[in-house]
Design a protein around this ligand. Sequence first.
Ligand SMILES: [Zn+2]
Length: 380
Amino acid sequence: MDLIENLENAFAGKEVEKVPAASIVSVALIEGMERTGAGFPASHTDAEKMVTLGESAHKYAGVESINLPFDLAIEAEAMGCEVDLRDANEHIPEITASPFFDDLSSVELNDDFLSSGRIPVVAKACQIAREKYPDVPLISGQIGPFTLLGQIVGIEYLMKCLATEPEAVKEGVNICADAVIEVVKAYNDLDLQGDCMYEPSIAADLLPPEMFNEIVRYPLKRISKAADFNIVLHVCGDTTPILKNALDVGYNGFSFEDSVNVKEANQIKYDLDSNTQLVGNVATDSLFKGDLESIRLETFKALDRGIDILGSSCCVPPGSPLKAMEAMVKARDEYYEKGMETKREENEKALSWKPVYVEEPLPVANCHELPELRNKVLKI
Ligand SMILES: [Zn+2]
């Protein structure tokens, strides 16, 4: 199977040989770090080590992609925040200080943003990975604008401002979107097959769904338009209340958790005539526990219900065994070996049934118009 062509077909909504088991969300496992010697924090700052860790899930578990980087602090750091990279394989970097803390009006984008912090390291790692693996999808990632704003001004303060100064929040989100767009434009030259934009803070419990359009729709659209590669929006938690919004902001994919019913998402996608593909949603819990039978059954369920790119529901927990990822890929293979895709095709067809008569006005009891109405109804 040509992995790149297969993933590109999935993003384009075309027929695929098998639903890709390419990870769109980050998959940096402690077992991979121990096997390769590329642990944290070195693999956050050293491009070669970043590739070594980024390729490990492909090499040892058959995941159909190379994924990097592994943390969400890169853009905040380039904007001038202090970051503790933390010295342990199980810990991801943490933002410890920000020049914009508790002050929305101070948020600005520095001139040397793109050349600051670790953005150049990620770009270099992508180039190395591309040369080393010309036939494997390369997936990168960055933070989303609302989450970035929360990181740099403080999430509690941002929540307060949402209620008191929504205009200032909008402005701040747009400045953060400018930052994300700079990263996306720089990544446009890297021959990526996919990219995950992590926007956990627009989950319904943080940003009220009725504020989605007002606060984040425009900046999210600006970012999706700037990307020349397949860009996927990832939101954590139960995103059912914002499915209609998330599938209508121009992303090539929407990655969501296991609390979302793929069938319901698929119906909304169909009704919106959206080109945003569904990505996910095998539970991180099952992956972390290495519960191979649950992983197998959840894979079948997601495939039956129309997932377009199979993967973890959220970033794969670092403590998950490589075997868990392998079990997901193998379950996908088993699904096709047993001819189970007929169920998927039936479900997909069921979505395309549209009751044409609903759009016709109901006949009114008027005897003069009856013959005409009867003819009209018979034609339907
Ligand atoms: Zn998530």
